[in-house]
Write a protein that binds this ligand. Structure first.
Ligand code: TPP
Ligand code: MG
Length: 299
């Protein structure tokens, strides 16, 4: 299959979060909350469309983290569209790699990928594999899919900045069910031990994992106290409230001598009524009729 070529030196603006998401490049530099809400809606539409075209994928946990990545890519992260591997870029690490459609959607809205390429999700030879592959896709920092590894990867990345006297920051997005993995807590311990304050973990705390509610499968509570006990600065927000998210990322910047975790309370399947809080849509493809309803709701 022939794929659209990425124009990495495109005419789109070369700095933070630019590209097709906005009507004008000037506006792209200072997106308002309203702009970001519109982007979030487009991301949700992309996610539904991509997964239905691919015939497989994970809608629920992609939809729940839409505002988190919108805030990051369009306001918080320092990055350059024309240079995805810019050494001074802030790093976004998607630890819950099954939410690949979410990452591809935001990368496309930024301009790292042509939006049309989203239609190639999960196809043979596509750059958009079902789980992220850093060798394939511009803007993808870590190959993921096996849960539990992203926080460790983020620690290594954050310590590299310290060793090299660089000032980039590292943001790792984890699932709440993913926090069943022992490796997450080994990493949590290490990050506090090494006082890694250029690291922010965000937990998409949607309450659901693969086939049910966390509270039934493996209770994580008291979740905030666990992170606190491991030596982290803890912030809790409504993970669909862009203002709260932006405030939290700002607060995290001023935390010194310890890592920060943002526990983002979210709804799995957010934005599509029949997917919300429905464990069935962790990894299920909507039927054509359901896609129609979903896109109407996201119009
Ligand atoms: C090590 C490992 N074990 C199991 C799986 C299968 N798996 C994929 S997604 C998932 C549930 C993840 O739940 P959560 O982290 O809460 O993700 P979200 O709700 O955000 O989709 C599981 C168990 C996996 N990918 N990796
Ligand atoms: Mg979850």
């Amino acid at each position: 299959m022939s794929l659209p070529k990425l124009n990495s030196s495109s005419s789109a603006p070369a700095d933070v979060g630019a590209g097709q998401a906005f009507s004008s490049p000037a506006k792209a530099r200072t997106p308002s909350i309203e702009d970001m809400r519109a982007i979030a809606k487009r991301l949700r539409r992309h996610i539904i469309t991509m997964i239905s075209q691919a015939g497989s994928g994970h809608p629920g946990g992609s939809l729940s983290a839409v505002e988190i990545v919108t805030a990051l890519f369009f306001k918080v992260l320092r990055h350059r569209l024309a240079d995805p591997c810019w050494p001074e870029r802030d790093r976004f690490i998607l630890s819950k790699g099954h939410a690949a459609p979410l990452l591809y959607a935001v990368l496309a809205e930024c301009g790292y990928l042509p939006v049309e390429e989203l239609a190639t999700l999960r196809q043979m030879d596509s750059r958009l594999q079902g789980h992220t592959d850093r060798a394939c896709t511009p803007g993808v920092e870590m190959s993921a899919g096996a849960l539990g590894q992203g926080l460790s990867f983020a620690i290594g990345t954050a310590l590299t900045a310290r060793l090299n006297s660089q000032d980039y920051r590292v943001y790792a997005l984890l699932g709440d069910g993913e926090c069943d993995e022992g490796q997450v807590w080994e990493a949590a311990m290490a990050a506090a031990h090494f006082k890694i304050d250029n690291l922010v973990a965000i937990v998409d705390n949607n309450g659901i994992q693969l086939d049910g509610w966390n509270r039934d499968i493996m209770n994580l509570e008291p979740f905030n106290k666990k992170w606190e006990a491991f030596g982290w600065y803890v912030i809790e927000v409504d993970g669909h409230d862009l203002s709260q998210l932006l405030d939290a990322f700002e607060r995290a910047r001023s935390v010194k001598g310890k890592p920060t975790v943002i526990i983002a309370h979210t709804v799995k399947g957010k934005g599509v009524s029949f997917m919300e809080n429905n464990p069935d849509f962790h990894g299920k493809v909507p039927t054509p009729a359901e896609v129609k309803t979903a896109l109407e709701e996201l119009a």
